[in-house]
Design a protein around this ligand. Structure first.
Ligand SMILES: Nc1nc2c(ncn2[C@@H]2O[C@H](COP(=O)(O)OP(=O)(O)OP(=O)(O)O)[C@@H](O)[C@H]2O)c(=O)[nH]1
Length: 652
């Protein structure tokens, strides 16, 4: 359970951590990216200027050659001497500048008049016999159509020798311009084959100065003129359409090809790009190189416009620059991970402990609330602060109806006084055992509660709370009462038995003696009862006894004591009755019994009579027995005098 909780928490904390840290890291990551891009910005602009400057220099050199005196002299007057002078100037330029694969002068018909090749680091003049007809070459025809001041610049491509791409590759720009003699006539075409290798090597070198970035030069069709992976270069010349920028970086190409400059963010990395138009000197940066007049280019030269310089920074490189890839950052990451895991473990442990506590608490609450006995706590004023469900069920109240109310509100009036006594006692003794109070329920019923109470003392040792356990002992009380009743009542007639009569009569006797009160005793006995039994059976005798006592009871007040004294003999104690009043009661009894018709099982009606003797308390009567005895004597007299009569005791 703890492991499951740990992993759930770890997951949640990780999500929370990522939710907080991702935007922060993302911002930081962009900062790193922008810093790298700012550096690349410089290299892109510098590379752009270098490429433009390089091409401009070649055109400028061609222009200088075209306007040289030696050239004009030779095309005006093609003597051997003039030829040699011009040829040696071509050799000088070739040898000193190292950048022209060929410097050639073609006639108006396209035949090579002078040709100097760059071989093994120096200019070498080609013998007259080896000079060729170039009238069908595109650069001748293109240039031949130009006006005097125009320049033709070919596409940058690989040199082809005898129908094959020359190995090693020779990236080449052919730059040509018409030649004019001293009379202003067209006298041929001056062509230089510019070896762009140097320019491209420079570009590549410049672009490889920083780890992580990849610099590229791309032609308008997306073929690489320069790439850090050489295999990708010259796709157009080598017939490899798959070696295009758009194939390798399809996400970036649409934006790069359609915009002059900018930055493209893709899933692979970031592309910072800049367009250069190598022949558009008007747009080049002033101050870097300045031309008095800008060359005019042939329309086909403009196919060289809009090269792209692209610096590609792979995402992996940018990431590698972020702090997370540094040892310190990784240490920080590990610490954070450990912290999150530790936090998850700590919370998991705390939650598990808390849950265990709650379960235990619930068990305790359950035990408290549903114990077979009631529990409650009262504050120092006797108000409920706590009560369990069992006791609430007994009382029939809800918890809200009880908490905050006084305990006495739930006691029968008879028990309230006792409660106050016990509560005061508790403050002293701190403990009360098995005290019985009668509780008042919501539905009007009541029950007897036996409580054992302990007091809890406050810090200053004052009584603070009384904590009680309560048992509903109503059943016990009922049983006790029943037993008591059984012990006091005659089971046949349901009137008190002799023993119980004595108990109660003694109390009344003493009270009357103390207060000069009145007490009378009547004793009566059924006449000839033996005959009833003999004639009708014992059961009928029992019925007679029951009916008779029932009817006699109706002649008496609630406060009168009526008991079966033995067999068919009964005794009555009256309080506060004079002789006459007692006599009237006795007579009423006699009369009632006499008139009582008792149905026998055989359908006959049976009648019985009683003889009664009575007496009232006199100062001479010291004991109850004295009164009883006197009544008995009077009863005896009533029997003797013929029965069914009453006699008051007389000393005579
Ligand atoms: N059925 C029944 N008979 C009882 C009970 N207790 C006593 N007796 C009978 O009551 C009769 C009392 O008889 P006696 O003492 O001779 O008195 P008596 O027949 O009433 O005659 P006198 O009292 O002289 O009028 C006896 O037969 C007893 O058996 C009782 O609980 N039930």
């Amino acid at each position: 359970m703890i492991f499951k909780r740990f992993f759930v928490l770890l997951f949640l904390f990780s999500i929370a951590f990522l939710a907080i840290s991702y935007p922060i890291y993302s911002q930081y990551y962009h900062g790193v990216q922008n810093e790298i891009l700012a550096t690349e910005e410089i290299s892109v602009v510098a590379a752009k200027q270098k490429v433009q400057k390089e091409i401009y220099e070649q055109i400028h050199l061609l222009a200088a050659l075209k306007s040289s005196v030696l050239l004009t002299k030779f095309v005006t007057n093609r003597t051997q001497e003039n030829r040699e002078s011009l040829e040696s100037s071509f050799i000088n330029i070739s040898t000193n500048f190292h950048r022209f694969d060929q410097i050639r002068l073609l006639s108006n018909e396209g035949f090579e008049l002078i040709r100097v090749n760059f071989e093994k680091g120096q200019g070498v003049a080609v013998p007259l016999a080896d000079l060729q007809d170039k009238s069908q070459r595109y650069y001748f025809n293109e240039t031949n159509r130009l006006s005097d001041h125009q320049v033709y610049v070919s596409q940058l491509d690989l040199n082809i020798e005898q129908g094959q791409i020359e190995q090693p590759h020779k990236p080449m720009l052919r730059i040509a311009t018409p030649v004019i003699d001293s009379k202003g006539n067209r006298a041929g075409v001056l062509v230089v084959n510019y070896l762009a290798k140097g320019m491209l090597d420079n570009f590549r070198y410049q672009m490889s100065q920083r780890v992580g970035q990849q610099g590229m030069l791309i032609d308008p069709d997306g073929y690489w003129l320069s790439n850090h992976q050489r295999i990708n270069e010259w796709g157009a010349d080598l017939g490899r359409p798959e070696h295009t920028f758009s194939r390798l970086y399809p996400e970036a190409w649409p934006k790069i090809s359609s915009s002059a400059s900018g930055t493209v963010f893709t899933g692979q990395g970031v592309f910072r790009f800049e367009s250069i138009e190598p022949l558009d000197f008007a747009k080049s940066e002033h101050g870097h190189f300045k031309a008095d007049h800008y060359p005019l280019f042939s329309p086909s030269s403009l196919s060289n416009s809009d090269w792209k310089i692209v610096v590609y920074i792979p995402n992996d490189y940018i990431k590698s620059q972020s702090i997370l890839y540094q040892p310190l950052g990784q240490l920080f990451f590990v610490l954070i991970t450990l912290f999150v895991a530790g936090l998850a473990a700590l919370v998991a442990i705390l939650l598990t402990q808390q849950q265990a506590r709650l379960i235990k608490q619930k068990e305790l609450d359950d035990l408290y609330n549903h114990a077979p006995c009631g529990y409650h706590s009262l504050d120092k004023n006797g108000f409920f602060v706590r009560i369990n469900q069992t006791e609430l069920d007994w009382l029939g109240y809800s918890r809200d109806e009880v908490i905050g109310r006084s305990f006495v509100d739930f006691l029968k009036n008879e028990s309230k006084g006792r409660f106050y006594e016990l509560f005061d006692e508790l403050k002293v003794k701190r403990k009360i055992e098995n005290e019985v109070l009668e509780m008042q329920c919501k539905d009007g019923s009541s029950f007897h509660a036996s409580s054992s109470v302990r007091s809890l003392q406050s810090e200053r040792d004052n009584f603070a709370v009384a904590r009680a356990s309560v048992f509903d002992i109503s059943d016990r009380i009922k049983l006790e009462k029943k037993l008591e009743t059984l012990a006091n009542i005659d089971p046949l007639t349901n009137v008190s038995n002799r023993r119980h009569f004595y108990e109660q009569a003694n109390t009344e006797f003493k009270r009357a003696k103390c207060s000069d009160g009145k007490v009378s005793i009547i004793m009566f006995d059924i006449d000839y009862f033996k005959k009833v039994n003999d004639n009708y059976g014992h059961d009928v005798g029992d019925t007679v006894l029951k009916l008779l006592t029932n009817e006699v009871g109706k002649c008496l007040r609630d406060i009168d004591l009526f008991a079966r004294f033995g067999g068919e003999e009964f005794i009555i104690l009256l309080t506060e009755q004079s002789d006459d009043e007692t006599a009237r009661v006795a007579e009423r009894i006699r009369n009632t019994v006499e008139r009582l018709d008792i149905e026998t099982p055989l359908g006959k009606t049976l009648n019985v009579t009683v003889s009664l003797g009575f007496t009232t308390l006199t100062p001479q009567d010291k004991e109850l027995d004295s009164l009883i005895k006197k009544s008995d004597i009077a009863l005896y007299q009533a029997k003797a005098q013929g029965r069914n009569r009453l006699i008051q005791y007389s000393d005579d």
